[in-house]
Design a protein around this ligand. Structure first.
Ligand code: HQG
Length: 180
């Protein structure tokens, strides 16, 4: 994706996951934003977007962060929210092992408290180590934990999979984690 579209995509993530009020719009209870209002709001904020560009960003996003509604009127982020919306995640049996990337500076706290969602609604886990490393690197010197998701699941902890294949849980107790 072109650099300017990557910037616009980051802005859309911020709007659709955390702060829709910044451009004067609201999300419905399922996280959907009306596309016409979103376009007006983004353009009022001094950035430029139109429907073709929005559809291009949604289609080309590497992590498939967004979905357009079947009637094509709305768009939402598939995961990553801090605002309390229900994006109709599917509760599923996870792969036996999942990964979480974090930064070295958080290790002491994580070892005491386990993984907490902090600013988001869920703790984010990935299927592969490489994704976890790049997620961790966003915060500092990366550390990867292997999560015994099979044992968590068998112990009755619910796992949710987002449209774009990110695994989400409310909390990971430290007993299920091993540093790689
Ligand atoms: C850490 C990106 C101290 C946690 C990524 C993480 C992801 C603790 C940070 C998605 C802790 C929260 C989410 C504890 C957890 N003590 N630190 N007890 N428990 N933490 O950004 O997982 O590219 O909210 O390890 O790909 O980094 O934006 O979560 O380091 O899927 O689409 O607290 O965001 O997606 O940071 O990233 P974040 P995350 P996008």
């Amino acid at each position: 994706m072109r650099e300017e579209n990557t910037k616009l995509s980051r802005f859309l993530s911020m709007i659709l996951r955390h702060h829709p009020e910044v451009i004067g719009i609201e999300l419905d209870s399922h996280g959907w934003a009306d596309i016409d209002r979103l376009i007006e709001g983004v353009n009022r904020s001094g950035k430029y977007i139109d429907r073709d560009l929005l559809e291009k960003i949604v289609a080309e996003d590497k992590k498939q962060r967004y979905s357009i509604s079947p009637d094509k009127k709305c768009v939402r982020a598939n995961q990553g929210h801090s605002v309390h919306v229900d994006v109709e995640l599917s509760e599923e049996r996870p792969p036996d092992i999942l990964y979480h990337g974090t930064a070295e500076k958080y290790v002491d706290s994580i070892e005491k408290k386990g993984l907490l969602p902090r600013g988001r609604l869920y703790v984010h886990l990935s299927r592969d180590r490489e994704t976890a490393i790049s997620v961790g690197r966003r915060h500092g010197s990366p550390i990867v934990y292997r999560i015994d998701s099979q044992r968590m699941y068998l112990d009755g902890i619910s796992f949710y999979r987002s449209e774009n294949d990110v695994w989400l849980v409310k909390y990971v107790p430290f007993e299920y984690m091993i540093m790689e």
